[in-house]
Design a protein around this ligand. Structure first.
Ligand code: UDP
Length: 249
């Protein structure tokens, strides 16, 4: 492990980082902002350089969300398949940005697309991780009626990850939406049951339950702040951790 990590660092070696698609659009209303993409790639490459094994799941909300098109009359399953294709586009964008920084990557898609990436094969993905490659999981679960939170949790469990990190544009889990309620307070620590019973909507309940059942901590932090990913993994940056310890909030 790299020298920059402090003694407070949590005992994580292999992590799954979920980057929401929304982050990639930066301050724009849609699509991929190249400067933001490069900044996220820089943060990811510093974590790889520090010795972590890294799996990535990238959302698609910057391009397409099934539920919004379904709300406008499209059949939900078809709209969700389009959303999954958006995650593949983002995965290829992140792969390209990481490889520019010299990070070895593989994209594996839950919906086979042989011409552009590997199909999802668990044992092959594990082998890539052992070889120091970043594995980017695309197309979610390959099934509609989910967001990318649940595939992120599932792949974290399948890959034997020590933690699921959710990189968003908010710096943790709050008592209420901090964008709407200025009195909202950030939790430092929660347990899974608190998240489920308080109905804190930062992640799908199916993903939270899967992490609870497998004892995998969830860490929510802002990936929009440069350098924050490595700080959080060092036990320093602002974040909320969800695991089965007593809540300190
Ligand atoms: N999606 C899906 N099944 C999955 C993963 C994703 O149907 O297993 C679709 C769904 O329509 C979702 C979209 O892909 O809205 C994009 O993912 P998400 O909304 O999670 O993107 P994010 O909010 O992370 O940007």
């Amino acid at each position: 492990m790299g020298k920059r990590l402090s003694d407070k660092r949590p005992p994580y070696r292999r992590i799954l980082l979920k980057v929401s698609g929304e982050v990639l659009m930066g301050d724009a209303a849609f699509g991929i902002d190249m400067a933001t993409l490069a900044a996220v790639a820089e943060d990811i490459s510093s974590v790889v350089a520090a010795g972590f094994e890294l799996c990535l799941v990238v959302g698609g909300g910057n391009i397409f969300r099934g539920v919004s098109m379904a709300g406008r009359g499209m059949e939900r399953a078809s709209a969700d398949y389009m959303g999954m294709l958006a995650t593949v586009m983002n995965a290829l964008a992140v792969q390209s940005a990481l490889e520019k920084k010299g990070v070895n990557t593989r994209v594996q898609s839950a919906i086979p697309m042989d011409a552009i990436c590997e199909p999802y094969i668990r044992r092959r993905a594990l082998r890539h991780l052992e070889k120091g490659r970043v594995v980017i999981f695309a197309a979610g679960l390959g099934a509609p009626f989910f967001t990318t939170d649940t595939p992120a949790a599932l792949r974290a469990a399948e890959m034997g990850c020590d933690a699921l990190l959710k990189g968003t544009s908010v710096d943790g889990v709050y008592t209420a939406d901090p964008k709407k309620d200025p009195s909202a307070k950030r939790y430092q620590q929660l347990n899974y049951q608190e998240v489920l019973s308080k109905d804190l909507k930062f992640m799908d309940t199916s993903a939270v339950s899967l992490m609870r059942d497998n004892g995998i901590p969830i860490v929510v932090f802002s990936i929009r702040e440069p350098g924050n990913l490595l700080r959080v993994l060092s036990g320093d940056g602002i974040h909320t951790t969800i695991e089965d310890r007593k809540s300190q909030s």
